[in-house]
Design a protein around this ligand. Structure first.
Ligand code: IPM
Ligand code: MN
Length: 353
């Protein structure tokens, strides 16, 4: 049986780094003897330019018929002035998340030993390797809550969580902790928000089912601070949509470059995989973007959606090998080092598989 993948390169550096990921895919297909059926489709600003919609019907169809979606990145200053429903962010990515009912966003933040100097945090704080995972609720909360309204003199968003929605994301958090370091920190604002009070109650009740996981709770303002002061205390963070959006960017920043971090968004049937970083319009088209986040997103897809664990580990090991050998794109080079291009990095990874 062959699996179908919707390939959505998107905007900015998306198409360049997607090409890299597809070359890596071809290499692991050959090595491990499988073949995915790929269908490319438009999304974001480039889709708007070509069709007038950031999520054209043809793209929806390709995604609905796929077993997984591999996405590049969307957005750029060119499309910032559009009405909200036509922007790459709201009309493209958020609409696709909603359509596929993507409810859990897994964002690992790992700092490579060799890249510690890239982190804005001091060596003192980074005495060990940062390796944390944010499990962000993606389908509900203030992003989607109703009523939602915007007039000339009033803007309204609604933060709402039901017990069932919290249970579903917390289960992902507990299970991720079981697979990893057995520590789960649930982040909320339960000293103020009703949705957070419910969140904390539900997560606390569930802890009895996961006796091997050590559960803690933290207010989001404190969590933002603790990530800076002592990121090593975290293993898995589970949190709501907006808090997860903010904290996952913060954890990514600790790692030095957004160009290294993949993400997975789990749906009921179809999951989506994309780099944690954005479309980097400032360097788009120059052939210098770091393709690692896209390539590691491919690895997450192979493992999570298709259970191709060997192929996924081969990709991760090849990436580790490149980082260890000092092969660096511009975002992760030290002064005095010569950065490699997107193409050179891709070839170096492929040669190690
Ligand atoms: C992200 C992005 C999106 C979000 C934007 C582009 C809508 O920041 O994936 O984190 O806020 O979820
Ligand atoms: Mn974000």
């Amino acid at each position: 049986m062959s699996y179908k993948v919707a390939v959505l390169p998107g905007d900015g550096i998306g198409p360049e780094v997607m090409d890299s990921a597809l070359e890596v895919l071809a290499r692991v297909e050959e090595k491990f003897g499988f073949k995915l059926e790929l269908t490319k489709a438009l999304i974001g600003g480039s889709a708007y330019d070509e069709t007038g919609s950031p999520l054209p019907d043809a793209t929806k169809k390709v995604c609905e018929e796929a077993d997984a979606v591999l996405l590049g990145s969307i957005g750029g200053p060119k499309w910032d002035g559009l009405p909200p429903e036509l922007t790459p962010e709201l009309g493209g990515l958020l609409a696709l998340r909603k359509m596929l009912k993507l409810y859990a966003n897994l964002r690992p933040a790992v700092i490579y030993e060799e890249l510690k100097a890239m982190s804005p945090l001091s060596e003192k704080v980074l005495s060990e390797k940062v390796d944390l995972l944010t499990v962000r609720e993606l389908a509900h909360g203030i992003y989607f809550g109703e009523p939602k309204e915007l007039t000339d003199d009033m803007g309204l968003d609604t933060m709402v969580y039901t017990k069932e929605q919290v249970q579903r994301i917390a289960k992902q958090g507990f299970e991720a902790a079981q697979r990893r370091g057995k520590k789960l920190c649930s982040v909320d604002k339960a000293n103020v928000l009703s949705s957070s009070k419910l969140w904390r109650k539900v997560v606390t009740e569930m802890a009895a089912d996961y006796p091997d996981v050590e559960l803690s709770h933290m207010y989001v303002d404190n969590a933002a601070m603790q990530l800076m002061l002592n990121p090593l205390q975290f293993d898995v963070i589970v949190t709501s949509n907006l808090f997860g959006d903010i904290l996952s960017d913060e954890s990514a920043a600790i790692c030095g470059s957004l160009g290294m971090l993949p993400s997975a968004s789990l749906g009921e049937k179809i999951s989506l995989f994309e780099p944690s970083g954005g479309s980097a319009p400032d360097i788009a088209g120059k052939g210098i973007a770091n393709p690692i986040a896209q390539i590691l997103s491919l690895a997450m897809m192979l493992e999570i959606s298709f259970d191709l664990k060997d192929a996924a580990s081969a990709i991760r090991n090849a990436v580790d090998g490149c980082v260890k050998s000092g092969i660096r794109t511009g975002d992760i080079t030290d002064p005095g080092m010569t950065p490699v291009s997107t193409k050179e990095m891709t070839e170096a990874i492929i040669s190690r598989i």
